[in-house]
Design a protein around this ligand. Structure first.
Ligand code: FMN
Length: 235
C-alpha cells in the first residue's frame, strides 16, 4: 500500500517553527496542479492562526496552527464538496510524503476569520505544519492503539466473495480520514458492479465520500463516477 496512506494520521499539535519557504513552494505547486485538473480554487494561507484562536470553537485541541489550505471552489459547482474531498486527499497524502503533518478541519475553526470571494464556497480547511517525527514508542502505540477503525464488512456489502482488487481498495478506504471519525461512506459490490455511497445527512458527508473514493482508486486503480452511488470503472 502507498506509504502515505498507512502513515497519515490527523496531526493537531505543531512545532512552533513555521514550514520553510521551500516546503511552502512545494505545497503551492501541488495545489496549482490539482486546481488545474479539478476546477477548484484551493489556496495556501501562510498564517491562518486567527481562525484557531477562539478556544470555544477549537476546544484547545489544536496548538501552534499557522499555515492552512482553504478548501474551496466555485459555488455553482454541483460536485464541489466531493471534489474537495477527492482532490484534497491527494494533497494531504502528498504533504504526508513531504513529512509534514495535516488535519482536515470542518468544524472546529472560525470561518469568519477567513475572507472568501462571494462567488466561492469554503467547505473546510486543512491545517499543515511541522510535526515532531513520532518516536519508535509512539509508532508502536499507534499501531496497537490506533483510533477505532471499522471492519471491512461494515463498509462494504457484496453478493459474492470480494475479488482481490476490491479487497485491496477497501483496505485503503479503512485508513481514510472522515469527519468525526464516523467512517460513513460505504461500498456495494453486486452483479459485478461496484459503487460508493453515503447518507449525505451531514455537511461533511460528501467530502468524506470523495476522500473514500480517492483512497480506493489509489490502491485498486480505476475510477469512480462523480456523485453519490457513483459507479466504479476498472480502467
Ligand atoms: C471532512 C473532515 C472534517 C474534519 N473536521 C475536523 C474538525 O473539525 N476538528 C478535528 O479535530 N478533526 C477533524 N477531522 C479529522 C477527523 O477527526 C479524523 O480524520 C478522524 O478522527 C480519523 O483519524 P485520523 O485522521 O487520525 O485517521 C475532520 C476530518 C474530515 C475528513
Amino acid at each position: 500500500m502507498r506509504s502515505a496512506i498507512e502513515n497519515r494520521i490527523s496531526r493537531r499539535k505543531f512545532e512552533k517553527e513555521p514550514i520553510t519557504d521551500c516546503e511552502k513552494e512545494k505545497i503551492i505547486s501541488i495545489i496549482n496542479q490539482l486546481n488545474d485538473v479539478s476546477g477548484l480554487t484551493m489556496a495556501f494561507m501562510e498564517d491562518g492562526s486567527s481562525a484557531f484562536q477562539n478556544l470555544r470553537k477549537s476546544y484547545g485541541l489544536f496548538s501552534n496552527v499557522r499555515s492552512l489550505i482553504l478548501m474551496k471552489g466555485k459555488k455553482e459547482d454541483k460536485d464541489l464538496k466531493e471534489k474537495i474531498g477527492y482532490y484534497g486527499e491527494d494533497l494531504v497524502l502528498a504533504i504526508t510524503d513531504l513529512s509534514m503533518g495535516t488535519c482536515w478541519v470542518g468544524g472546529t475553526f472560525d470561518k469568519n476569520e477567513l475572507a472568501i470571494d462571494s462567488s466561492e464556497e469554503l467547505a473546510c480547511v486543512v491545517v499543515v505544519g511541522k510535526v515532531a517525527a513520532p518516536s519508535l514508542a509512539e509508532k508502536m502505540v499507534r499501531s496497537t492503539a490506533r483510533r477505532k477503525v471499522k471492519r471491512m464488512e461494515e463498509r462494504i456489502i457484496s453478493d459474492q466473495p470480494l475479488p482481490q482488487w476490491v479487497e485491496n481498495g477497501m483496505k485503503a478506504v479503512l485508513l481514510a480520514p472522515s469527519a468525526k471519525n464516523t467512517q460513513k461512506a460505504t461500498f456495494k459490490y453486486e452483479n459485478n458492479i461496484l459503487s460508493a455511497q453515503i447518507a449525505d445527512d451531514y455537511s461533511m458527508d460528501m467530502i468524506d465520500l470523495g476522500i473514500a473514493k480517492k483512497h480506493f482508486e489509489l490502491e485498486a486503480g480505476g475510477k469512480f463516477e462523480l456523485g453519490n452511488e457513483g459507479i466504479f470503472h476498472l480502467k
